[in-house]
Design a protein around this ligand. Structure first.
Ligand code: ATP
Length: 372
């Protein structure tokens, strides 16, 4: 089921100050059918608000939401065919796992074609029988691999298991769209890794179009077919994860993705050459202007004749890699990080470097837009 979001806007009035919050601002994205999309951005950028508008829990100030051809903008949440999973699992504590998963089916009326005595075919809406419900619960419990836990209460489960139950409960109604709001935030690091692989597997097996909200770039990169990076309620870039990392549209995206983060420098273009300080790095046929330059930590090459020099602050050795923490007066942070192979010969004080062109990005000084 393709999801199309057109000019979606949510404005929250602030009754105290009278100032409005544009939580989502003219968002236009199309989510391809059967894909898992990561909605990524810093706290407060409008991810949850977007998800809640897609689910129907919040109504938009402006814009439309389509599931396939259906305009669902004004449809009640229960009529949209969505499965929602929250950070805090939201399971009913007094019910067993089995009952929790079965719960959404209890009042569900399913359309069934039946033949009347005269041979006429009519659609009958009826509740599911107990046996039918049980069959569906067991099917979905198998899918998320919690069959052996069906008799337990939520309090007798680990966080990861509870989240699987929440996912099973969201899937049991066979939703058209699965919406996950920071589903892994309450899990410890190991479980988070394991559960995100599980979510990816379940999504692949079911083929349900899924939106996964997270502020964790690594999580989004590892799980998503495509990422939407948001800031201030606006989509900054939508692409496959590798492309977002390798070809960011602006400085915000370049900074938001990557650990350790990209290094930023003040620079300029002068006589068709790119400079940091008074060192010419490479040629660029563009008018003279001030710019900002981003270099990924792995974007440097140690070279005694390198075009860029910096003062070494200290060296960090971690397993395969060596990080050189260096200083430069044009660096926008106190220091910057160069990652090189562990067997590299590292000088004591000053380091000379070349820059890899595919790891070096130029940005407009004022707007932060990428200059190519
Ligand atoms: P987080 O990761 O912290 O949950 P988010 O990206 O999901 O952040 P939203 O929760 O969508 O962000 O919030 C976007 C903006 O809208 C924020 O500035 C937030 O303060 C504001 N906001 C959200 N809900 C309301 C509300 N009910 N009333 C007023 N402002 C709101």
């Amino acid at each position: 089921m393709e999801i199309k979001i057109s000019h979606l806007t949510k404005i929250f009035p602030n009754k105290k100050t009278g100032e409005e919050v544009r939580a989502v601002d003219d968002l236009n994205i199309t989510i391809p059918s059967g894909k898992l999309i990561g909605l990524l951005g810093p706290s407060g950028c409008g991810k949850s608000t977007t998800l809640y508008m897609i689910s129907g829990l919040l109504s938009p100030t402006e814009g439309q939401i389509f599931f396939g051809e259906d305009d669902v903008t004004k449809l009640a949440p229960e009529k949209r065919g969505i499965g929602l999973v929250f950070q805090n699992y939201a399971l009913y504590p007094h019910m067993t796992v089995f009952q929790n998963i079965r719960f959404p089916l209890e009042n569900l009326k399913r359309a069934k074609e039946v033949e009347t005595e005269t041979g006429e075919k009519i659609t009958n809406y009826s509740k599911m029988s107990k046996a039918e419900m049980e069959e569906e619960v067991i099917k979905v419990a198998k899918l998320v691999q919690i069959e052996e836990l069906l008799d337990r209460k939520p309090s007798q489960l680990s966080g990861g298991q509870q989240q699987r139950v929440a996912i099973a409960r969201a899937l049991v109604k066979k939703p058209r769209v699965l919406l996950l709001d920071e589903p892994l935030s309450n899990l410890d690091a190991r479980l988070r890794l394991q559960t995100r692989e599980e979510i990816k597997r379940i999504q692949r097996e079911t083929g349900i179009t899924t939106i996964f909200v997270t502020h964790d770039q690594e999580e989004a990169m590892s799980i998503s077919d495509e990422i939407v990076v948001m800031n201030f309620g606006v989509s900054q870039q939508m692409d496959d994860p590798q492309k977002v990392y390798e070809d960011p549209t602006n400085m915000f995206v370049a900074r938001f993705l990557g650990t350790p983060p990209i290094n930023l420098f003040d620079g300029e273009i002068k006589n068709e050459k790119v400079y940091i300080g008074n060192e010419a790095l490479f040629t660029k046929k563009l008018p003279d202007q001030k710019i900002k330059i981003g270099v990924r930590p792995e974007g440097f090459i140690l070279n005694n004749l390198g075009v860029f020099s910096a003062d070494i602050d200290f060296v960090e050795r971690i397993g395969r890699d060596v990080s050189i923490i260096a200083k430069h007066e044009n660096c926008l942070n106190e220091s910057f990080r160069v990652i090189v192979d562990a067997d590299s010969a590292i000088p004591a004080k000053k380091v000379k470097l070349n820059l890899k062109p595919n790891k070096t990005f130029l940005f407009d000084y004022d707007t932060g837009e990428r200059i190519k």
